[in-house]
Structures are given as structure tokens and as C-alpha cells.
Design a protein around this ligand. Structure first.
Ligand code: SAJ
Length: 420
């Protein structure tokens, strides 16, 4: 089948680069988003998110007429859905309402022969659920969950697996897992991705593809939890964890990740819970890893509190309100502006609520602080460190690497990322 026009539903961190990748191969792409600001910005050939080189690719796709954004779905040969799947409630249950809304929005324009692909990270069974929502809205069409290979509409789950900051390169080069609801669905979806994917398009079924994405992020979470637990153990035993990991990693079959202030972002800090919420009795290591990583910010806060006490014991004439703290970095990982689920923001927020003295935050990639850091001053590196007695390094931004150590001489330093 020829894909003359494809429609991307959701023009965020994944949807927009994917739409641009298709458009750069001269496929007509209709991008759909509920956010009018995103639609307007894209139609001007600009972007509303931060991702290296994406601005150039979107600009040429729009000016050459291959990419257009709109608020309402229009007919196309294939629909790709890349909307958020956060969790709801206290039990970390996945919230599929964005997928449901997307399915209901495209249902009126679906035509016999169309392919629908779910790219959003999803709990196992979400693709089948999406098929039932589409079928409910279009009783005149047949779908794979009831009509198998004979269905009018083909459906597949093809999870995105790209690393923020390297999205354009990884979209093209990474292997792609293609989970069709039937083999024909898989083959059609693989043919579509071959438009721009140079990695291998590996075919499986929808449930395995859903679990594969959750497995990848849980694997990373478990491994980071191991490093974070080691850092707490080493702190207690007075061992430098960075040196220890460097030494252990010289073993040919050991490859320990890096400890940090916790795990952030909208993927690794979220996706493992989808496995835990579906199989709570069985997912023991995955749950514990989440708990270890989620508790790391409180551990860092306790370290800061001990540093305050240590300072006060040496300066009995002072009180905690005389002590200023500089927090270096707020983003969820180095050299990006994204604060979502950031452990650094959580630590700053704990200080905002509890520390009576001044707290400074240094985050070169943002222009304003989130509202919940209302007592904190956003500052440049040098004045923040000069004005503080305690320096807490929360993100390994390359901007900090040159100066942080020199400026921090004589201060109490809490280095959660091994910068120094
Ligand atoms: N982190 C550590 N120590 C490490 C590595 C990372 O503490 O050794 C922390 C980071 O600082 C950050 C968090 O983990 O707070 C997550 O960062 P990351 O770079 O590991 O991953 P993300 O969230 O940017 O992207 C992940 C990727 N998944 C995997 O590497 C298995 C990416 O390929 C996925 O596409 C993405 O999640 C997603 O969208 O699901």
C-alpha cells in the first residue's frame, strides 16, 4: 500500500519529530493537536518544544508544504497516535483518557483500508482497548479484534524509544518494535516506518510490543536504583561511590549506571508503575526499584540538613536562617530544559518549604522558576555559590563542569552526581 497522507495525532516531544521525519521523506503529514498554540507555532514553521535540530527540519517541512498542523482530524491513509499516558490516582494506574479522546477524534474520518498505530507508551492491552473504542464509534467498519486478518482497519502498537536530546538521530537509527494486532497489521506498519527508519523493523504482536517498551524503561530504572542504593551504602561506609563504580566496571561483565539525586523525566519515573499496577503481586523488584529511586530526594534533603547542623556546630553564634544554600541544576538530566518529574526540583521544593535561610537555584536552561519554588532565587552560578555556605550539585550540566569546583572552594559541597 502507498501512504500518500499520514496523520500524526499529538504534536509533542515524540509526535512532532516523527511527523517531521515523515515529511522530510516527502510524505504529506497532517499534524493534529488540541493545543492551539502548538498548531499556530508549527504552521509558522517554528517549534514549541526544545529538541536539537528539530526547528530546522520542521521549518523546511512546513515551507515545502509537506507538514501542516490542525486542531481537527482529517482523512488520511494512516493515523499515528502519540499522546501522553500519565497515571491517575494514588495507585499509579495508567490514565488512558488521552488515547481514548484521540481514538474518538479520528473515528469519524476513518476509512476502509486505514492503518492506525498507537505510539504512546501503554500498559499491556491498551491497543486492544483502542480498537474497541474505534469499533464502538464506527459500527460500519470492521476491526482486527473481531475480524482478524479480514478487518477493514489495521491496528498496531509501535512504541517510541528515542532519547530526549537525540530524538532525530534515534528515530532514524534505532530498531523499531512493530506489534500488529494481526500479522498483516504488523507488515503494513513496518512498511510505513520503512519510509524513514534505517534501523530494523522487528515484528511481534501488540501485547509484546507494549510490554517491551515498559521492560526497557523498567530495566533502566532497576539498574539506576542499584546505583542509587550503592551510593547510600557507600556514604554510610565512607567509601567514594564514583571511584567504587569505576573500579567495579573494569570487570568485563559489570556495567553499573550512575547514582544521582533520583530518577526524573516523564518515562522512566512513570512506566515501571504500569507493570506494577497490572501485576502488583509479581512485580517485586520493579516496585522496589521505583521506591528506592523515589526516596532518593528525601535522602539528599537529609544530607543537606546534616550539613546545616555541621555548619552550625562550628558557628554557634549563627542560626539556620543565616545559612544560604546554592542548588546547582533543576532539570531532570544534564543539558536539557525539561523539569518534568525532576528530582532536583523536588529537592529544591523540600528546601523551599523547610529551610529558613535563602536558597538559590542555578539552572542556565530556564528563564523562570516553577511556582512551587516561590521562596527560591533563580541565579547565575557565581553569585549563587559566592552567597552560599552550602553548595548542592543536583545536575551534571556541562556549564557547571569548568567552574563549580573552583568557585565552591571552602564551602560545604554535597555532590549528588559525581561532578567534582
Ligand atoms: N539517570 C541516572 N543515572 C544514570 C542514567 C540516568 O540517575 O546512569 C537518570 C537521569 O538523570 C534522569 C533519568 O535517569 O533523571 C532518566 O534519564 P535517561 O537518560 O535514562 O532516560 P530518558 O527518560 O530521557 O529516556 C528514556 C530512554 N529509555 C531508555 O534508555 C531505556 C529512552 O530511550 C525512551 O524513549 C524514553 O525514556 C521514553 O520516552 O520512554
Amino acid at each position: 500500500m502507498n501512504f500518500n497522507t499520514i496523520s500524526m495525532i499529538g504534536l509533542g516531544y515524540i509526535g512532532l519529530p516523527t511527523a517531521a521525519a515523515f515529511a522530510s521523506r516527502k510524505v504529506k503529514v497532517i499534524g493534529v493537536d488540541v493545543n492551539p498554540h502548538a498548531v499556530e507555532t508549527i504552521n509558522k514553521g517554528q517549534i514549541h518544544i526544545v529538541e536539537p535540530d528539530l526547528d530546522m527540519v520542521v521549518h523546511s517541512a512546513v515551507t515545502e508544504g509537506y507538514l501542516r498542523a490542525t486542531l481537527t482530524p482529517e482523512p488520511a491513509d494512516a493515523f499515528l497516535i502519540a499522546v501522553p499516558t500519565p497515571f491517575k490516582g494514588d495507585n499509579h494506574e495508567p490514565d488512558l483518557s488521552y488515547i481514548e479522546s484521540a481514538a474518538k477524534a479520528i473515528a469519524p474520518v476513518l476509512q476502509k483500508g486505514n492503518l492506525v498505530i498507537l505510539e504512546s507508551t501503554s500498559p499491556v492491552g491498551a491497543t486492544e482497548k483502542m480498537a474497541t473504542w474505534l469499533a464502538e464509534a464506527r459500527s460500519d467498519l470492521t476491526f482486527p479484534h473481531t475480524h482478524g486478518e479480514e478487518s477493514d482497519i489495521r491496528i498496531a502498537h509501535c512504541p517510541e524509544r528515542v532519547l530526549p536530546g537525540h530524538v532525530l538521530r534515534e528515530l532514524v537509527n534505532n530498531d523499531r518494535v512493530i506489534g500488529g494486532m494481526t500479522p498483516k497489521c504488523s507488515h503494513l506498519a513496518a512498511a510505513l516506518y520503512k519510509t524513514f527508519v534505517q534501523g530494523e523493523c522487528v515484528i511481534t504482536n501488540a501485547r509484546t510490543a507494549e510490554m517491551c517498551k515498559l521492560t526497557e524503561n523498567s530495566f533502566r530504572d532497576v539498574n539506576i536504583a542499584f546505583a542509587n542504593e550503592l551510593s547510600i551504602i557507600c556514604d554510610k561506609l565512607d567509601i567514594n561511590v564514583w571511584e567504587l563504580i569505576g573500579l567495579a566496571n573494569r570487570h568485563p561483565r559489570v556495567n553499573i549506571l550512575q547514582p544521582g539525586p533520583g530518577v526524573g523525566g516523564h518515562c522512566i519515573a512513570v512506566d515501571p508503575w504500569f507493570i506494577v499496577s497490572q501485576t502488583p503481586e509479581e512485580a517485586k523488584i520493579i516496585r522496589t526499584a521505583r521506591e528506592v529511586n523515589e526516596s532518593k530526594p528525601q535522602w539528599v534533603q537529609a544530607k543537606i540538613q546534616s550539613a546545616v547542623s555541621e555548619y552550625l556546630s562550628k558557628h554557634p553564634e549563627k542560626s539556620a536562617s543565616d545559612i544560604s544554600i546554592a542548588c546547582l541544576g533543576l532539570a531532570f538530566k544534564p543539558n536539557i530544559d525539561d523539569l518534568r518529574e525532576s528530582p532536583a526540583v523536588e529537592i529544591a521544593s523540600l528546601l523551599n518549604a523547610t529551610h529558613p535561610g535563602q536558597v538559590y537555584a542555578v539552572e542556565p536552561n530556564i528563564k523562570a522558576l516553577p511556582g512551587r519554588l516561590n521562596q527560591i532565587i533563580l541565579s547565575d552560578l557565581e553569585p549563587a555559590i559566592n552567597n552560599s555556605q552550602i553548595v548542592v550539585i543536583l545536575v551534571k550540566h556541562s556549564d557547571f563542569e569548568k567552574q563549580a569546583l573552583q568557585l565552591s572552594r571552602g564551602k560545604i559541597i554535597i555532590d549528588t552526581v559525581g561532578l567534582i
